[in-house]
Design a protein. Structure first.
Length: 543
């Protein structure tokens, strides 16, 4: 039976390598470790706003190929934080290559990690990140009651009347025992999983390949193991909760009540674990890192193309060849080389502007966090990422769309003056206000953001911005083709600003009345003349 199950597991893991994970994603639990972790030493932490703009949860579900809940939480934290350096990249890549090329080694590792795939493993991190329950002030009474109960039971052979004392204490202990149950239940998920985590970590650390990740981990494993006997009580309790009618459970429960074993063991174990937070976190991170490396190997195995980025901090530039968005099937690839200037994109709706901006952001995140880009080649700096792409009214706080946008961009302005370089991703800046003020404020803000070694990727429908920002921005556009009643997009980025306007042509192709089309064209020609005159006037003023 065991052999058949092992064979089935091996076949399943073999077939799943390089494929999407078939699992439910409970992000409330997945992000627990990240939300409670002190990441202040990281180069940058992705904000909730940026994650929302870049469809982070969907990206994570695509990338995550971990086998354990510990690895899943660890991988989530990696993706939400940009590290300060790349000192571990070479070792990580060596391990990823071994996991990719050594089938038996990978399968063995995955089967070990799957011992932590139960949802209860999400709560291990609480043992080193959250405050533990404190024993009540009358805890010394618990010890006294336990001792008195044991003494009266022992002396029954000498004085049978002590049964009255034993029963009296038993009734008191009964109340204390069941009042303590709610405390015990808080740890029935995490403590048994910690025992399992430590065992898995010990087996993984026996592999020379993984030992290089943390050579001194054996000491932490040993320290946690010292509390194993007491913690095993929780493991037994968790297993027995499934069938309280079992005779053994009944006898055990009476025994625990008589001597108040549950509160005494619970607070004893918590006291021990409180002194072992550092060791528990080290073991947690070691297992999480191993699982994350398997996830990266698994991810790469399923991609038609990917590259290891060149991270160059000497020059603040972004250069990429055949980059694509990983969440779009058969995504059209694009190439761009950004050096001394930022990027302004023009083009109609649905032509690919916003998707391209998201593609750049996602690839820089995965490049810096996972050393993996969805491109043929990519050169990037270590850079912080901020975005203003998906903005909506905050009706609960009585904030309009425009006000929300103002606050988001103000945060960008504040961050633009930081000593570290920044990447700003914007879609249709200030679209919540009128044309004249949108263009005026947009030009001023975009010029400001592009200074101080910052890179801006911004899309706009306002062609006027392209002429105003030509000194600070490289101009690119996406275009469509209108024929008959059909509109086609090639989703390819092209140099220069958009010259062809097809909005009115698309109205005509869809049988709008001729008088509407005629009036729209006449107004468009008048506005073009006004814009041309203004551009000439501005050019003469500059001279």
């Amino acid at each position: 039976m065991i052999f058949k199950r092992k064979k089935k597991d091996i076949e399943r893991l073999k077939l799943s390598f390089g494929k999407l994970k078939d699992d439910n994603f409970n992000f409330e639990n997945i992000e627990r470790y990240f939300l409670n972790k002190d990441n202040s030493e990281c180069f940058h932490i992705l904000s909730d706003k940026t994650c929302n703009d870049l469809d982070f949860e969907e990206l994570f579900m695509f990338i995550d190929r971990t086998c354990s809940k510990v690895g899943q939480q660890y991988l989530y934290n990696i993706l939400r934080t940009i590290p300060s350096d790349s000192k571990h990249i070479d070792l990580n890549e060596k391990i990823i290559n071994e996991l990719t090329n050594k089938f038996d080694f990978r399968i063995k590792t995955q089967r070990l990690l799957e011992k932590l795939k139960n949802n209860d493993a999400y709560y291990i991190s609480s043992l080193f990140q959250e405050e533990h329950l404190k024993p009540p002030k009358c805890f010394f009474v618990f010890r006294l009651l336990s001792f008195t109960s044991l003494l009266s039971l022992t002396l029954l052979v000498v004085n049978p009347k002590l049964i009255i004392v034993f029963i009296g204490i038993f009734m008191i202990n009964l109340v204390i025992h069941y009042r303590n149950k709610k405390n015990l239940y808080q740890y029935l998920d995490s403590i048994p999983q910690l025992i399992r985590l430590n065992r898995v970590a010990s087996q993984l650390h026996n592999e020379e390949t993984f030992k290089k990740l943390k050579p001194d981990l054996a000491n932490s494993i040993k320290i946690i193991d010292q509390a194993r006997n007491k913690m095993s009580f929780f493991q037994l309790e968790a297993k027995m909760q499934g069938d309280i009618e079992v005779l053994f459970w009944t006898i055990l429960e009476l025994f625990k009540i008589a001597f108040l074993l549950e509160p005494l063991l619970l607070f004893g174990v918590l006291k021990q674990l409180n002194t072992k937070r550092t060791e528990i976190e080290e073991v947690f991170c070691f297992v999480g890192q191993v699982d994350s490396l398997i996830s990266i190997a698994n991810l790469r195995a399923g991609l038609e193309s990917y590259c290891l980025p060149i991270i160059d901090n000497k020059e603040i530039s972004v250069s990429t060849s055949n980059i694509y968005h990983p969440l779009i099937n058969d995504c059209v690839t694009n190439s761009i080389d950004v050096n001394s200037k930022s990027v302004l994109l023009t083009g109609s709706n649905m032509s690919g502007k916003t998707t391209f901006i998201r593609t750049i952001g996602i690839n820089i995140i995965t490049g810096l966090a996972l050393n993996t880009c969805f491109a043929e080649s990519m050169r990037i700096p270590r850079i912080r990422i901020f975005s203003a792409i998906r903005i909506s009214d905050d009706l609960m706080n009585d904030k309009s769309y425009y006000f929300e946008e103002v606050l988001t961009i103000k945060e960008m302005i504040d961050n633009s003056e930081n000593i570290n370089p920044n990447l700003f991703l914007l879609d249709e800046i200030f679209k919540g206000t009128n044309t004249i003020e949108r263009i005026s404020a947009g030009k001023a803000v975009l010029s400001y953001l592009s200074k101080n070694n910052n890179i801006v990727f911004v899309s706009t429908h306002d062609i006027e911005l392209a002429d105003m920002l030509i000194d600070d921005y490289e101009l690119y556009h996406f275009s469509e083709f209108v024929y008959g009643k059909n509109v086609d997009f090639d989703y390819k980025i092209k140099g220069g600003k958009l010259k062809n306007r097809n909005a009115i042509r698309i109205l005509k192709a869809n049988d709008y009345p001729d008088n509407i089309i005629k009036e729209a064209l006449e107004i468009s020609k008048k506005l073009d003349k006004i814009t041309a005159a203004n551009n000439t006037h501005n050019a003469l003023e500059k001279k």
